[in-house]
Design a protein. Structure first.
Length: 298
């Protein structure tokens, strides 16, 4: 079983415009909404990829109830922990005229000490059943930057970390199997700009020297870099007609986890993750696709 854990879910509104004009009144041609945020995107993608998985997530308020109902409808195995605060709403603006995507992100509200403790307790009950763990997403405001180490302290299986900055730095001593920042997140983690390939490789090596066994760095539609004990490799991304790019990094993480559990080779793991990310971009709602469509892209 693949266990997915993270503290920053969202109820996602997706508004599609024929032409979005900043500073003007804009009427959406289409409006839809779904459960999202990194942790839920990964959990949703794993489910649609056919993996045996379980998602652990805190939710609260009316939007939390909408998220609960959405995942129940999809039949995704999930454990919810309750919060006093209402789960955030994030909004995606899709401009069909220009093809541009604008993301309006509400920061997650702080969780109380009791809520964090309850989350750790729920994780400790679930993780013995897992043979792979994905920790995904930034931490809510006021949450200690080393919070994820509380989860890693009770984790004995392989771990994929899709986190950044101080949160990632605190976890590297646990020698995670894979860390998967994008280029911007990697720069934030090492604290310096990454203006060329040499900078990227040096930053990836910094993470490996600190404990990461493998490092994958995505950069949107551009070439993906993967580093491990065998060295650095370049992987071309797949060209698709993009409908909505939101969640592609989360689907990359889910694809990597599924392929790893299926004991594919390293290159097959990376290519399957790339295929899952590409398939996600071709859909309006994040992380909702079929395994067969992903398989055709590998």
């Amino acid at each position: 079983m693949i266990l997915v854990a993270g503290l920053t879910p969202a109820w996602q509104q997706i508004l599609t415009f024929d032409h979005l004009q900043i500073g003007e009144v804009n009427r959406a041609a289409q409006v839809t909404a779904c459960a999202s945020g990194k942790v839920l995107n990964v959990g949703c993608a794993l489910h649609h990829l056919g993996a045996k998985s379980h998602t652990l997530c805190p939710i609260g308020g009316t939007t939390g109830e909408l998220i609960r109902q959405d995942f129940a409808t999809l039949g995704i195995p999930t454990t919810w922990t309750d919060t006093q605060t209402t789960t955030r709403v994030c909004t995606t603006l899709l401009d069909q005229g220009t093809g541009q995507t604008t993301e309006l992100v509400e920061n997650s509200a702080a969780l109380t000490t009791a809520e964090l403790d309850a989350y750790v307790a729920a994780y400790a009950q679930l993780v013995p059943q897992a043979d792979f763990v994905v920790l995904s997403g930034s931490l809510p405001q006021t949450t200690p930057r080393d919070f994820y180490t509380r989860l890693l302290d009770v984790t004995s299986c392989r771990v994929l970390l899709d986190v950044r900055g101080p949160e990632l730095q605190a976890c590297l001593k646990y020698q995670p199997w894979l860390v998967k920042p994008n280029r911007e997140e990697l720069a934030a983690t090492v604290g310096r700009p990454l203006s060329n390939r040499e900078d990227l490789i040096a930053a990836m090596q910094t993470l490996r020297e600190a404990g990461a066994q493998h490092v994958i760095v995505s950069d949107g539609p551009r070439t993906l870099l993967a580093a491990g004990p065998a060295g650095i490799a370049d992987f071309s991304t797949l060209q698709v007609k993009t409908v909505n790019p939101i969640g592609c990094g989360d689907c990359l993480a889910a694809g990597l986890a599924v392929a790893a559990v299926e004991q594919k080779s390293w290159s097959e793991i990376v290519r399957f993750g790339i295929a899952a990310a590409a398939e996600n971009a071709a859909h309006l709602l994040p992380a909702r696709f079929s395994r067969s469509d992903v398989d055709t892209r590998v």
